[in-house]
Design a protein around this ligand. Structure first.
Ligand code: PGA
Length: 247
């Protein structure tokens, strides 16, 4: 039985006071964290402070792959570890598109994160054009295989995979049950063929893309869905709490 995972991806939202308040409210609420791993991914400038507050674990939205050095603006995996940050997102479509991250860069980031013992939410997902051309399964499989190139099974145990169709992120559009189950099944089979059957059964695969308090319980009940990565609906206490309760 895989433990559920829900990530709150705050992206570049919330001012300092708002972030502290929302984090404190979430941490103080009655959310039952023994049934699920619930992780908040705030802006990196708030990480250090939030990681010292009691309650939920925090994760970074990005990292750079070098261990240290002259990389202005970069944050290393070792620095994240040094402030007790436990998780990091790698390969989010907004990083791939807006910040021009290639599969090669994503692979280096993933390796740096797992080798420094961070847990990674490794994101994948296709654009609408790719889905319409019916190449989505092949495209996502390739994204995964490029991303986890040279990683071994032990390192992969530190990964959670987030399937986030780009056309569903922040748009209010959801992938259908059939579309989600087809992709999550494909991802699980790809893990089995690249690593092992046992890893494919234990690795968590979560869905992201306009997941909210109204559709979360349906989405979380689909085959092969082990939780969600939530953007917009994680920015307000009530909606995020409802999503967690829908587990
Ligand atoms: P959304 O974002 O829930 O606002 O669609 C999800 C994500 O980008 O992780």
């Amino acid at each position: 039985m895989r433990k559920k995972f829900i990530g709150a991806n705050w992206k570049m939202n919330l001012l300092y006071e708002e972030a502290i308040k929302l984090f404190a409210d979430l941490s103080n609420s009655t959310l039952n964290t023994s049934e699920a791993d619930i992780v908040v991914f705030p802006s990196s400038i708030y990480l250090s402070e939030l990681s010292k507050m009691p309650g939920l674990p925090v994760g970074a939205q990005d990292l750079y792959f070098a261990d240290s050095g002259a990389f202005t603006g970069g944050i290393a995996a070792r620095q994240l570890k040094s402030i007790s940050c436990k998780y990091v997102l790698v390969g989010h479509s907004e990083r791939r598109i807006t910040f021009f991250e290639t599969d090669e860069v994503i692979n280096l980031k993933l390796k740096s994160a797992v080798r420094n013992d961070l847990k990674v939410v490794f994101c994948c997902g296709e654009s609408l054009g790719i889905r319409e051309s019916k190449k989505h399964l092949e495209f996502v499989t390739n994204q995964l295989m490029q991303g986890w190139k040279d990683l071994d099974e032990t390192e992969m145990k530190n990964c959670i995979i987030a399937y986030e169709p780009i056309w569903a992120i922040g748009t209010g559009l959801n992938a259908s049950k059939m579309e989600i189950e087809e992709m999550h099944g494909t991802i699980r089979r790809t893990v089995a063929s690249c690593f092992s059957h046992s890893l494919s059964q234990s690795i968590r695969i979560v869905y992201g893309g306009s997941c909210n308090q109204h559709n979360a319980s349906d989405i979380f009940s689909f085959n092969d869905v082990d939780g969600g990565l939530i953007g917009g609906a994680s920015l307000e206490f009530d909606s995020f709490e409802k999503i967690i309760k829908s587990l």
